[in-house]
Design a protein around this ligand. Structure first.
Ligand SMILES: C[S@@+](CC[C@H](N)C(=O)[O-])C[C@H]1O[C@@H](n2cnc3c(N)ncnc32)[C@H](O)[C@@H]1O
Length: 499
């Protein structure tokens, strides 16, 4: 595919601006039902919402999002079609109509900056039995959105988007990093990402190659990736956006293992991917073993699928559902997973920090319950907490702690009862953690506003509840340590200088 010249790119961008082909106007034009329909891969409601509109915005939506051929005259009113035709982004039909060969849609980074992403069209729109081409470039997917949401949002120096696809992660990284490098094995992804970056006017250093090979000698403060993580049988028609040539979940493991060598001290990896649950093993231990030495990690499993369900989903994704070969493909897939000893497949998030601590902290959570997005700040807090959770008892008692500001109290009582039978504290952001507290623990946590050392608070609560301070400290110590590790408490001041 030929690329657009700088001049043609600038004119296309101007045309998109002039047509108001931006997130809010597009959303308004297709309406809530249209948006929901497109999220399900159906265009009818969006088409109805556009009705008889024939302005430039409606033409661009039909052309690039609804995959509909448009009259040349209408396209000419929206943009100059000649450079995109020459570059292979648009095609013309025998009847002289214009069709888009790529999806081009507005995308906003989280700071509200306007941008556009260029990717391949969904092959299964409106229940079509299309098959993605082997070098299909994925548009924004649920995994892409998760990857954005689990990330750290602090500004950094250098960031790497590994397996960039259409470039969605880089659009976010570019707002929060001084330099962004994006890599992909797929030549077509490099080309489409280049268009996304050119239209969105972000500077990204794009490199083609496998995994860390294009950045072999380089380190980054942030690496984000949702690699081709699907665990599928070898051979056949491979889809580069989701499949790789390594067995099982080996590629994802390699990315995690190799990331440490490409992270600067304190640097972080965010990853969305699949992992296998192997017969006779503990998946948590297996995942924890992936974490390289010198790194802390929080691993959150969001979903666990049995092999049948997993293979069904990905066969449908590739357009094989309802075809004569479906059953044979399903059986081969299941035989492959069985041969590897895969009992289930987990989907989840990995946040890893090159902390360079000798007593590394790895937390593996099975967390299918709803979370409050974005969870990135909460995962950052967990990684920060690893250092405090390792403090000596003396240092923990001497420090002044503040309870997470989003913690609220919930109670349950029989109707008419004066005192609640049970009391919990619940976090209202991130993972939405919940902890049940008794009077003493609730009193201690409620008093953690940074004024007093934790040891003094426990002593005061012991006095109020008629308990021996040493006994209460011995009972609450392990619980408070766990709550520190879970980022319920953050130190504001060590009081004895020992920390
Ligand atoms: C699931 S897509 C993710 C795309 C994008 N990061 C996102 O958030 O939507 C995985 C990407 O990895 C690329 N890829 C596949 N194998 C790769 C490899 N060995 N090294 C680097 N990238 C690879 C694919 O071409 C694809 O663009």
């Amino acid at each position: 595919m030929a690329l657009l010249t700088e001049d043609a790119l600038a004119r296309l961008r101007e045309a998109l601006w002039a047509a108001d082909y931006l997130i809010d106007p597009v959303m308004a034009a297709i309406g809530p039902a249209g948006q929901a329909g497109l999220a399900r891969n159906h265009t009818a409601a969006a088409e109805r919402a556009l009705g008889r509109r024939d302005d430039a915005l409606a033409t661009l939506i039909r052309l690039f999002i609804l995959q509909q051929e448009q009259p040349l005259a209408a396209v000419r009113r929206a943009l100059d079609p000649d450079p995109p035709l020459a570059a292979g982004l648009l095609g013309s039909t025998a009847a002289g109509r214009i069709r888009a060969k790529v999806d081009l849609r507005p995308y906003g980074a989280d700071d509200g900056t306007a941008g556009w992403l260029v990717s391949d069209h969904t092959a299964t729109l409106d229940t079509a039995r299309g098959r993605p081409r082997p070098d299909h470039v994925l548009g924004v997917s649920p995994a892409s959105i998760s990857l954005v949401q689990i990330g750290d949002r602090a500004r950094v120096g250098r960031a790497l988007d590994l397996g960039a696809g259409c470039g969605v992660q880089s659009l976010h990284l570019a707002r929060r990093a001084d330099q962004v490098v994006a890599t992909d094995l797929n030549r077509r992804a490099i080309e489409l990402a280049q268009l996304s970056f050119g239209l969105s006017q972000v500077e990204v250093d794009l490199r083609q190659g496998s995994l860390f090979q294009p950045v072999a000698d380089q380190t980054f403060d942030r690496i984000v990736t949702n690699p081709p993580f699907v665990i599928s049988p070898p051979g056949g028609r491979r889809l580069i956006y989701r499949e790789n040539s390594a067995p099982g979940d080996e590629l994802t493991r390699q990315v995690v293992r190799q990331s440490a060598a490409h992270l600067s001290p304190g640097g972080e990896l965010s990853l969305v991917g699949n992992w296998a649950h192997l017969a006779g093993g503990d998946w948590r231990e297996r995942l924890a073993d992936w974490v390289p030495p010198g790194c802390d990690a929080v691993i959150v499993q969001r979903e666990r699928l049995d092999p049948d369900h997993y293979a069904e989903i990905w066969l449908a994704d590739a357009g094989w559902a309802g075809t004569p070969s479906y059953r044979g493909r399903l059986d081969r897939w299941l035989a492959y997973l069985d041969g590897l000893g895969v009992e289930a497949i987990g989907l989840g998030w990995i946040r890893l920090r090159r902390s360079e601590r000798s007593d590394r902290s790895v937390t593996v959570l099975d967390w299918p319950q709803p979370v409050i997005q974005p969870v990135g700040d909460d995962l950052t807090a967990h990684l920060d907490a690893a250092a405090w959770a390792a403090w000596s008892d003396q240092a923990v008692w001497a420090a002044h702690w503040v309870l997470a500001p989003d913690a609220v109290q919930e109670t349950a009582a029989r109707p008419g009862e004066e005192h609640p039978a049970r009391v919990w504290l619940r976090r209202q952001s991130g993972l939405g953690r919940l902890v049940e507290v008794d009077t003493a623990l609730g009193g201690v946590l409620g008093a953690c506003d940074g004024d007093l050392a934790l040891g003094d608070i426990v002593a005061a609560v012991a006095a109020l509840t008629d308990q021996a301070p040493a006994g209460l400290a011995a009972r609450l110590g392990p619980v408070l340590r766990q709550l520190i590790a879970e980022a319920w408490l953050r130190p504001v001041r060590p009081s004895d200088g020992s920390i």
